[in-house]
Design a protein around this ligand. Structure first.
Ligand code: CA
Length: 528
């Protein structure tokens, strides 16, 4: 056999035969740029992810990202509420600069965002699922988003061409649309950045058909502070309206319908969006337990305990669907060969109270709502099973995504790219303190407040609240020591042992407000 025959005919044939069966999808880096897949849920507490040590549930698919990538132990949000967190991620700027301070605002889509910069650099960008910023998405080649909060059952979607209703359970449907875009709708010649954003597990925690009976036979552990009496705290802590005991609506939140009430107007409204099959499955899953609850006439702590179980089980049921669907996406990435060149990020807009302090919801500077999950799998770059303790933030994601894509980070973004941390580098001058600022007044009656967070302490100023439907200026301060008192149930502000710490924290708070260009809140600052 002639040598040239072997080189030109036999060797190529052998090579082809030895190649594993690969789908016809570009899975090599395009111009060396990785794909970015950002999976984002709404109100998913880190306490409900097993990789973060949950004692309530197991999330094997989300955990896979920790097993194959990095888990950030301390990712803090700048303003713990849905819309504002999304605006921070898009812009890399605090709420006072991106203009979206509370859920009543409209996002100014003409401003600079990281998807626009990625798109300009050659990425194909897509936004699917919960958007929650009112105006139409900008900077995306493709978008299909839930209007406002969206619906768990048979959700409507806004698209550039108008509205569309899709039958099914929202978490499954959003994933279906995402997978369809990845498989058939994107331009495979370009790297992609896909934001796949779930409504779940946002209130009112309506479980999907597959998980209506999950957790039926178990008792979920209660948090230590389920019966917090707010003793020794500032008055605003007791004045909030987000307790499981007093601020949950029986039908909407707790799904307490009975054979008698299901056909009332209210009952019909509750079931309205469901198909007859969905309605029957939902009804059957709750009715016996509801009838027994009504008959038992529980009061006091026993009633709260029952309500906690109902709330937490529904919440966790929603999360199990999120986890299943993260699994579907990861499976597709594996099967298509995209996994090796796609960075997968999982996060939630903010944390959430799972009965801590007797609460549901978010908003406060306290740990459960300040801290949000963040897990990143970056094949070939981030070490598997790695864990990071630096103070990172949703403020950092825009710059992180830009650096991942090799795009310059604009000077006016206010975070830090996490890429060096993801590469396992130790950064000595990484931020040690963090500035927090919550604005919204209204639902749940949480006061406007700002504060500084250090490795051990928090100094908080509550500066405005609502009384009798009117906004009232207040000046209440708290100093928390969450190393010494992890449940954050004690205020050390007037404790003489904390006098020096208080001075240091006040100085740092001032420095951070100046650094981040926060407008002056009040001449009363700092506290006397
Ligand atoms: Ca949220």
């Amino acid at each position: 056999m002639r040598l040239s025959y072997i080189i030109f005919c036999v060797l190529p044939l052998v090579t082809i035969l030895r190649m594993p069966a690969q789908p016809l999808i570009a899975n090599e880096p395009i111009d060396g740029k990785p794909n970015i897949l950002f999976i984002y849920s709404d109100d998913h507490a880190y306490q409900a992810i097993s990789a973060y040590g949950s004692n309530r549930n197991k999330t094997p698919n989300i955990d896979r990202l920790a097993n194959e990538g990095m888990l950030f132990q301390r990712c803090l949000v700048t303003n713990s509420i849905c819309g504002p967190c999304r605006a921070v991620i898009l812009t890399g700027k605090y709420s006072h600069l991106n203009g979206f301070k509370n859920n009543g605002n409209r996002f100014d889509g003409s401003q600079q965002t990281f998807p626009k910069l990625l798109r300009k650099s050659g990425y194909q960008t897509a936004m699917i699922g919960k958007w929650h910023l009112k105006t139409d998405p900008t900077g995306f080649d493709y978008w299909k988003v839930l209007p406002g909060q969206g619906s768990y059952y048979n959700p409507d979607f806004r698209t550039p061409k108008g509205r569309e209703r899709i039958t099914g359970y929202c978490t499954d449907v959003v994933t279906d649309i995402g997978l369809e875009w990845l498989k058939n709708k994107r331009d495979t010649k370009k790297p992609f950045m896909l934001m796949l954003q779930h409504k779940a597990p946002h209130r009112a925690w309506n479980a999907g058909p597959k998980h209506l009976n999950t957790f039926d036979d178990v008792t979920i552990p209660e948090p230590e502070t389920l019966f917090d009496d707010y003793d020794g705290r500032q008055p605003v802590i007791a004045e909030q309206e987000m307790t499981i005991a007093r601020h949950m609506r029986p039908l909407f939140d707790l799904k307490i319908f009975t054979a008698k009430t299901k056909d009332t107007n209210q009952g019909q409204r509750f079931f309205r969006r469901m198909t007859p099959e969905q309605r029957k499955a939902y009804y059957d899953a709750y009715i016996d337990e509801n009838e027994a609850f009504v008959k038992a006439k529980l009061t006091g702590k026993e009633k709260v305990k029952w309500e906690y179980q109902r709330y937490i089980k529904d919440y966790l049921r929603c999360i199990q669907s999120v986890d299943d669907n993260v699994g579907r996406v990861l499976k597709y990435l594996d099967e298509s060969g995209l996994a090796k060149n796609t960075i997968v990020i999982y996060s939630s807009d903010q944390g959430f109270y799972l009965g801590e302090h007797g609460w549901y919801d978010k908003r406060w500077i306290f740990e459960e709502s300040l801290k949000t999950p963040l897990l990143v799998r970056w094949p070939g770059v981030t070490k598997a099973k790695s864990s990071n303790k630096n103070v990172v933030s949703n403020l950092d994601l825009a710059q992180t995504f830009l650096e991942m894509a090799g795009v310059d980070q604009p000077d006016d973004m206010q975070g830090h790219s996490l890429v060096p941390l993801l590469k396992g580098k130790k950064i000595d001058d990484w931020r040690k303190t963090f500035y927090y600022h919550y604005y919204e007044l209204g639902v749940h009656n949480v006061p406007s407040h700002f504060g500084v967070v250090t490795e051990q302490h928090k100094l908080v100023r509550y500066y405005r609240t609502r009384k009798n439907r009117k906004s009232v200026d207040i000046n209440q301060w708290e100093l928390l020591d969450y190393k010494k008192n992890p449940t954050e149930t004690k205020n050390f502000f007037d404790d003489p042992n904390y006098a020096n710490v208080k001075l240091e924290l006040q100085a740092e708070l001032r420095r951070l407000q100046k650094h981040y260009k926060v407008p002056e809140i009040s001449s009363e600052f700092p506290a006397k």
